[in-house]
Ligand binder design. Structure first.
Ligand SMILES: [Zn+2]
Length: 386
């Protein structure tokens, strides 16, 4: 089943053409072109580090598909196991290891031959009884900073959008720190200085409840005065506002207020799956009109109404819907890995390449590149501390 007219072509043939635009554009003048296909692979896999003398630089670039995942909760699952709610209700979801090699679903060791930009969220729960929201954030951010320092050979700690494509060109995972739920702002607008210093590029205003800046999706509350100040400050500092989890009321108040494009890192189409966490067509359209992004969420409960283990075709119904709304330059990915329930066929980051190949067969090469990488990379280059 294909959306466009690519039914007659073999997946491999198309995938071979489906290069990463980053590498096409960056191919001129690169002095130290590390073999990007293998540099963040498993260090124990010696075969993957063998350079292929017969392969030209151009063909390597063209052969490498790229992915840009705007949301995963891996950080929290690895460093919060001794504090609530991870020590209690999420105890089964905690993981060990490092961001370079972990049994969590997002691990640099299993990203294979894809060029990879990964947003790593520090999710702060609405309710964290044992520490303050700010202390919770600080724990996650410190873990991320330490990992970036320790595994600098695998990751580039990206602090502005224009660093993403060069990082991938160097064969590193472009790692972006993001905030999910800005409840720490309850301690004052100065908290934003700390986010900025940490290199946070994207700030989600809420999770599901009410916080100091806005009402989440589980409320009917809009923006607070502090929330309005926060959004204006984010825009002034060229940090990206994320509306995933925001209430509908908050969304429309924000839309009135903003002057820059904003994004929904991990939200689907409410017309396809009626979850309140998904976006209405009107919300998608105003995000599109501003030049923003919407990241396809892979959580079963946001893909289909009865939260079953959906198929590839069912997931792509959201993309089809957005394309029908004219969203070709808006679609992106926000897997929600390590923070939600994904079907087995797509749960682990090692499955991303197969997902990419299925997408090429279904959407064609150009749309797949936009969905998987180009739209998000272009946006971050233009707006994230550009
Ligand atoms: Zn979320």
């Amino acid at each position: 089943m294909t959306r466009r007219s690519f039914a007659g072509l073999a997946v491999g043939a198309i995938a071979g053409l489906a290069g990463c635009k980053a590498r096409e554009e960056e191919s001129e003048g690169g002095e130290s072109d590390v073999d990007a296909q293998t540099a963040h692979g498993n260090p124990d896999d010696e075969t993957s580090t063998e350079p292929n003398a017969e392969e030209s630089d151009d063909s390597k670039e063209n052969a490498m598909p790229c992915t840009f995942d705007m949301h995963a909760d891996t950080i929290d699952t690895m460093c919060m196991s001794d504090i609530e709610p991870y020590s209690t209700i999420y105890a089964d979801e905690c993981h060990t290891g490092t961001l370079a090699d972990t049994d969590a679903s997002v691990s640099a060791s299993r990203m294979g031959k894809m060029g990879w930009a990964q947003c790593y969220a520090v999710w702060t729960p609405d309710d964290c009884p044992s520490v303050s929201h700010l202390e919770f954030y600080r724990r996650g951010a410190k873990f991320f900073r330490d990992q970036m320092k320790k595994y600098g050979d695998k990751f580039a700690y990206v602090k502005k959008g224009t660093d993403i494509r060069p990082a991938i060109k160097e064969g590193k995972v472009a790692a972006i720190l993001t905030v999910e739920n800005s409840c720490a702002l309850e301690e004052g607008i100065e908290v934003l200085d700390e986010f900025e210093k940490d290199g946070v590029l994207v700030c989600g205003l809420t999770w599901n409840a009410e916080n100091a800046v806005a009402g989440g999706v589980g409320t009917e509350l809009g923006l607070t005065d502090l929330g309005r100040e926060y959004i204006s400050e984010l825009e002034r500092r060229q940090m990206i506002v994320d509306v995933s989890h925001l209430s509908d009321k908050g969304f429309w108040e924000l839309e009135e207020l903003v002057s820059r494009p904003y994004i929904a890192t991990h939200s689907n189409a409410r017309d396809v799956c009626a979850a309140a966490r998904n976006l209405t067509d009107d919300q998608f359209k105003v995000i599109a009109e501003r030049g923003g992004l919407v990241g396809l969420n892979m959580h079963t409960g946001f893909v289909c109404d009865d939260a079953h283990q959906y198929t590839f075709e069912e997931l792509m119904k959201h993309v089809d819907h957005w394309l029908d709304l004219g969203g070709e330059d808006v679609i992106a990915l926000g897997s929600d890995r390590d923070g939600s329930d994904l079907p087995a066929w797509i749960r682990d980051c090692s499955m991303q390449q197969g997902f990419y190949e299925q997408s090429v067969e279904y959407l064609g090469e150009e749309l797949t590149r936009k969905l998987f990488f180009d739209n998000a990379a272009d946006f971050f280059e233009r707006y994230a501390r550009a």
